[in-house]
Design a protein around this ligand. Structure first.
Ligand SMILES: [Zn+2]
Length: 442
């Protein structure tokens, strides 16, 4: 049975024995040796840990040498892979000079100065980008990773830390000391990638994460598209788009490279978007400034024909959810209808009592057949409310499923939509003006 004393020695002795085994095969600097035993002992840097192990090893080698368990030649072999203090011991014993080999993993390049230099460069980049948070990623040459694995498999991997991890942590810590910019592991403003090659030269790349803003837009005018719409000869089909309006208004405030919008569906170009407005996420790409006042944004994003109300920050998930749900959201439309023959109050009553929870079959409208596949779908009109304007003009409020083609519901699209207004009224009906009044929230 082991005595308690032997037990206590067990752990320490095994660290030194393992270190001796590793150092008889591979030259390692203090830091790279310390990383092998990273999980042993807390509040020590890998460099301190490696240095302590080398010191204990030097003491053990000297004891074994004086007890004639090992000879000077063995110490010499370990010394050239260990460096100081074992090289000092060897010199003292033999009177001969011995030099340390470069570290098997980092070639003795990774030092506090090395980490400091990288951190200083990262700090400059972050301040140029006005970042308020960051995250560090490290790419290590695969040859270096393989060399590290050679060493770590000798000990079992559970007690060691990777160089990549140490660099990430130490550079990050130093950058925060230098700049006061905190790391953010979930939503950093800037992702910094330090790319290290096999000679330990490095380059720094930054990726500026976009700002995402939750908003609602209102289209008070017609002939306004969502994104710029170009004809085949490259000219603009419509003078204005929501995306252009937002970009032209606020890109310079953010010093952004570009601005894109993600909306919950879209209305026809000639339809207005009134009432509740339509949900939207604004993506500000590569912003140079990130803190722009919401009130200022909302003040600027309000003109005669388009108004965008910015509510606050959005996430990627918000983009997915507004896109996913857009077809399912119920809508309320207002449409002005012109009929070929006069229609009476009685005809209009008949129309509104017919369209109560009524399923409508629609083939893809002729007007978009060039862009979309011809298929049939069934949407529901929940109810309509009708007001006569003149004998041949009336206004209808249509409460329906998202995705219903409203113009076709009025004019039938050559029988491709059924039932429809023309059919029920017994005279051709044409939509004159269309507005979206309400889009159901997610
Ligand atoms: Zn090293």
């Amino acid at each position: 049975m082991e005595t308690p004393q032997q037990n206590r020695c067990g752990e320490h002795c095994s660290i030194i024995e393992t270190a001796a085994k590793i150092l008889s095969e591979y030259p390692l600097c203090d830091r790279c040796l310390g990383r092998v035993f990273a999980k042993k002992g807390i509040e020590l840097s890998n460099e301190e840990r490696g240095r302590a192990i080398k010191t204990l090893l030097a003491m053990k080698l000297y004891t074994d040498y004086t007890s004639e368990i090992i000879d000077a030649e063995y110490i010499g072999k370990i010394a050239s892979n260990t460096g100081d203090p074992v090289t000092r011991l060897y010199r003292k014993i033999t009177g001969r000079e011995i030099f340390a080999n470069p570290c098997h993993i980092c070639l003795h390049r990774v030092s506090s100065d090395y980490i400091d230099e990288i951190a200083r460069r990262v700090a400059v980049k972050l301040s140029e980008l006005n970042a308020s948070s960051f995250i560090i990623g490290v790419k290590l040459d695969s040859e270096v990773v393989k060399k590290e694995l050679d060493v770590h498999v000798l000990t079992g991997l559970e007690s060691s830390e990777s160089l990549k991890n140490e660099l990430k942590r130490e550079i990050g810590k130093r950058v925060t000391q230098l700049t006061n910019i905190p790391p953010d592991f979930d939503k950093p403003d800037v992702v910094v990638i330090v790319d290290v090659n096999k000679d330990f030269d490095y380059s720094i790349q930054t990726q500026v994460n976009p700002i995402l803003l939750k908003a609602i837009y209102f289209k008070r005018g017609r002939r306004i598209s969502h994104v710029p719409w170009f004809t085949s000869n490259g000219s603009r089909k419509y003078p204005e788009s929501i995306q252009d309006f937002i970009r032209d208004s606020i890109a310079s405030l953010f010093d952004a490279r570009d601005i894109k919008i993600h909306a919950a569906g879209r209305e026809d170009v000639d339809a207005r978007m009134l009432g509740s407005g339509r949900p939207l996420v604004i993506e500000v790409k590569e912003p140079g400034f990130r803190n722009v006042d919401l009130d200022l944004l909302n003040y600027i994003l309000d003109d005669q024909f388009i108004k965008v109300s910015v509510i606050g920050a959005a996430t990627r998930r918000d983009i997915e959810s507004i896109k996913e749900g857009s077809r399912k959201r119920r809508k309320i439309y207002r449409v002005t209808v012109l009929t070929e023959k006069p229609v009476s109050e009685g005809d209009l009553e008949k129309l509104s009592s017919f369209f109560k929870e009524r399923s409508v079959k629609q083939r893809t409208p002729m007007r978009i057949l060039r862009r979309k596949k011809d298929r049939e779908r069934i949407k529901r009109v929940h109810r309509i409310e009708v007001i006569s304007v003149s004998s041949r003009v009336f206004e209808a409020l249509i409460y329906c499923d998202g995705g219903l083609y409203v113009k076709e519901l009025v004019h039938c699209d050559n029988g491709r939509t059924t039932p429809c207004f023309s059919e029920i009224l017994g005279t051709p009906a044409y939509p004159l003006e269309l507005d979206v009044l309400y889009v159901e929230k997610a």
